[in-house]
Design a protein around this ligand. Structure first.
Ligand SMILES: C[S@@+](CC[C@H](N)C(=O)[O-])C[C@H]1O[C@@H](n2cnc3c(N)ncnc32)[C@H](O)[C@@H]1O
Length: 398
């Protein structure tokens, strides 16, 4: 059995626990910003290929108490790294400290790198080359107040990089955060889904891949493929199982994505082609101002992360007026959100709406009472996922 830690966006730990249960991981334990689990090499391959929420899958290499940089160097220098990767590989080391008493994390990083390279020089006469941009192997160290843990990153590029988003609009959501929003919304593929401010289409594409059972990692490579213990036959089996699970689109699949920006329409279409291949047409894409929206079905789920602190509604209408050219303060965004809220109230009775925003005052601006508010982090930015149940006339804020 091997030990793993998988970091994920804060607020989505429980979603990741559920995914890892499906992949038959053992001893699953949620922690702040990630999940620990145990399993075999197959568990690791499956987690990399199938997790929509994990940012990486890290293999636990060693853990020991430390008091000085020298202790950390010795821990790194005594691990049998050759069982994981050869000396002719390229390497990068990253250190994350939490209440670490040592003076410089940069110096700790250097000492861990020295420890690993000295190990290789002693064993093989060759030191791995350091490559901070696109290394083949990536060692990650976590230093708490008194314990150092070393991990080897099995993913390589972070897992939210699925390989289909080559073009993007402004402020795109990370794919794993988008997937988490969909999981938290409780959306099921048989329900209509609409993102009315879809940007590069991340939420709609994640939803369509979920509905079609397309594994999120099916279009990319992983660091474990370059490791000494890589089991090509096992990996082929895991990939073949994933391919066999893919489904043809159900006629009932109703996913809608729209944005005010005409320029984004070809971007979304190109992303859909790459992400869904021959099934790209199962997401209906339109250029439309969110203030002109009509509900595409009697009931469904609306999800979006509206613009905030950006040029908002520049091309949009607000109460029949052209919006101001530069519109980046909270007061200026209020009329747009009030107007959008009117659209939800008048057009979307029977729907549940989920809005991700860092603006805690958004419900106030919309004069709507959220039925749920879930804390989530978009990178370092603290956000809320607000849920509004659009029942005609019943959720006005007094
Ligand atoms: C933060 S981005 C959404 C990013 C998207 N979730 C993604 O992952 O790419 C906000 C989007 O809202 C769009 N937008 C702004 N005003 C709009 C309006 N009045 N109607 C529809 N879309 C609008 C912008 O063009 C932008 O693409």
């Amino acid at each position: 059995m091997l030990d793993f830690f998988s970091p994920c966006p804060r607020g989505l730990e429980d979603c990741l626990v559920q995914e890892l249960q499906v992949q038959r991981a053992k001893n699953i334990q949620s922690a702040a910003g990630g999940v620990k689990f145990r399993g075999t090499l197959e568990t690791a391959y499956r987690a990399n290929l199938h997790s929509r929420i994990a940012s990486r899958i890290l293999l636990h290499i060693a853990q020991a108490p430390y008091r000085s940089e020298e202790d950390v160097y010795q821990l790194a220098a005594r691990q049998p790294w050759l069982q994981w990767f050869r000396s002719d590989t390229t390497l990068r080391v990253d250190v994350v400290g939490n209440r670490c008493p040592l003076r410089s994390l940069d110096f700790v990083t250097l000492r861990i790198k020295d420890g690993i390279c000295d190990y290789y020089r002693n064993e093989t006469g060759v030191r791995p080359d350091i490559d901070t941009r696109s290394p083949i192997m990536h060692v990650q160290a976590f230093l708490s107040a008194d314990t150092c843990t070393l991990y080897l990153d099995l993913s390589g590029e972070p897992l939210f990089k699925r390989g289909w988003r080559l073009e993007k609009g402004e402020a795109p959501l990370r794919e794993n955060l988008a997937a988490g929003i969909l999981m938290l919304s409780g959306w099921k593929p048989e329900q209509p889904l609409l993102d009315p401010m879809c940007g590069s289409g991340t939420l709609a594409i994640e939803a369509a891949q979920m509905a079609l059972h397309i594994a999120p990692g099916s279009q990319r490579h992983f660091a474990f493929e370059a490791m000494e213990n890589f089991d090509a036959a096992l990996w082929q089996k895991v990939q073949a199982q994933a391919l066999a699970q893919q489904r043809a689109p159900d006629a009932a699949l109703k996913i809608y994505a729209s944005d005010i920006s005409l320029n984004l329409i070809p971007v979304i279409r190109a992303n859909l082609e790459r992400a869904l291949g021959p099934h790209a047409g199962c997401v209906q894409v339109k250029q439309i101002d969110a203030l002109d929206l009509k509900k595409p079905a009697e009931a469904g789920v609306l999800v979006c992360n509206p613009p905030y602190g950006e040029r908002l509604g520049v091309q949009g209408r607000m109460g029949g007026r052209q919006a101001p050219e530069v519109d980046d303060s909270k007061e200026d965004s209020a009329p747009f959100f009030k107007a959008f809220s009117d659209v939800l109230k008048q057009q979307f009775a029977g729907w549940r709406a989920y809005l991700l925003t860092s603006d805690m005052e958004l419900p106030k601006q919309m004069r709507l009472k959220p039925s749920k508010r879930t804390p989530l982090f978009n990178g370092a930015l603290e956000c809320r996922l607000f849920e509004f149940e659009m029942v005609a006339g019943s959720n006005r804020k007094n």
